[in-house]
Design a protein around this ligand. Structure first.
Ligand SMILES: Cc1cc2nc3c(=O)[nH]c(=O)nc-3n(C[C@H](O)[C@H](O)[C@H](O)COP(=O)(O)OP(=O)(O)OC[C@H]3O[C@@H](n4cnc5c(N)ncnc54)[C@H](O)[C@@H]3O)c2cc1C
Length: 289
């Protein structure tokens, strides 16, 4: 028999989590329930977070969005397309409308799959992951959150409460055998933040965890610095793609060979940088209009 624990607010959720560390956290249930139904996981207790009001809100403070872990993707698409375009684009590609109505970023982080589509935008934007327990709160850079497939720094008594994401220009693209309802063969997110003189890039499905492409980021930031108003030279976009592919460590599996994935990442990275660059120029009143 599975015990069902329903948290009414964040404090209650942390108390229940501390008292029942064996319980499986349940947000939208789109990973948990599939696992239970197919017998891939078992649960002696479920701790339902879906009615915790603090997890279902987002707010803006200057150039940072604090997005509750339990805000479903449908709302991210509808409400945050302007402030967090990379994450909103990724959210739009996740599952079907029914899945997006339930599924959450907190659940994507909890599952910690290298193929989680919300994850590259968080890494590329240098977001932080906010965690809470009865011991207190802490903040972990998204780039340091993942330890391996299905593994993260989340402690047994902790809950992801929110992600804090800088407002930037952002793009996301993923490759799969079809547009929806498949696990990505590869995905890339690019972020441009001229105010902080930063570029961000992260890749999904091409290493044991989502990874940031640091060398490529430095290359793109230098291009931005040189003259962010000009059109992006084609050789620079191609070079960026190569550097992003170099940051990956893909494997051969049923969805694609390592070589195919590396090639796909280079193409996706080149395109996402070109799109983000165009958007950045449009925001500055440059070409593209
Ligand atoms: C048909 C289908 C299509 C899908 N398509 C995609 C897709 O295209 N891209 C993609 O990335 N994923 C996809 N998924 C997987 C899933 O929808 C996502 O991983 C989603 O983000 C999970 O969110 P959830 O709220 O449903 O998580 P849940 O299933 O409730 O939980 C998932 C995991 O996270 C933990 N967890 C939940 N909330 C928290 C929290 N606040 N703090 C800490 N841990 C927590 C849970 O204990 C569990 O381990 C698909 C799933 C289905 C069934």
């Amino acid at each position: 028999m599975t015990e069902f624990l329903a948290a009414t607010d964040l404090r209650h959720a942390c108390e229940l989590r501390a008292a029942h560390p064996e319980a499986t956290l349940l947000a939208g249930g789109t990973d948990v329930m599939v696992g239970l139904n197919f017998g891939h996981r078992s649960a002696t207790a479920l701790l339902d977070l879906s009615r915790v009001p603090e997890l279902r809100e987002w707010s803006r403070d200057g150039d940072t969005i604090t997005l509750g872990a339990g805000v479903p993707y449908t709302r991210i698409v509808a409400e945050l397309g302007g402030a967090l375009p990379g994450l909103a684009r990724a959210a739009r590609t996740i599952g079907s409308a029914q899945i997006r109505n339930r599924a959450t970023v907190g659940g994507n982080l909890g599952t910690a799959s290298p193929a989680g589509d919300a994850l590259p935008p968080l890494l590329s934007a240098r977001a932080s992951i906010e965690l809470a327990s009865v011991r207190g709160t802490r903040s972990v850079p998204a780039r340091e959150f993942f330890l391996g497939p299905g593994r993260s720094v989340l402690a047994a008594d902790e809950i992801v409460t929110a992600v804090r994401v800088p407002v930037t220009v952002g793009e996301f693209a993923k490759l799969g055998p079809r547009n929806a309802m498949v696990i990505a063969v590869a995905s890339v997110s690019v972020t441009l933040d001229p105010a902080r003189r930063q570029a961000g890039c992260a890749v999904g499905s091409a290493a044991p965890t989502p990874v940031a492409a640091v060398e490529a980021e430095e290359f793109a930031a230098a291009e931005l610095d040189r003259d962010g108003r000009r059109e992006l030279p084609a050789p620079a976009a191609a070079r960026f793609g190569e550097l992003v592919a170099r940051a990956t460590a893909p494997i051969d599996d049923v969805r694609g060979s390592a070589g195919y994935r590396r090639h796909a990442v280079a193409v996706l990275a080149r395109r996402t940088l070109e799109w983000a660059w165009r958007e950045h120029r449009r925001n500055r009143g440059g070409a593209g209009r």
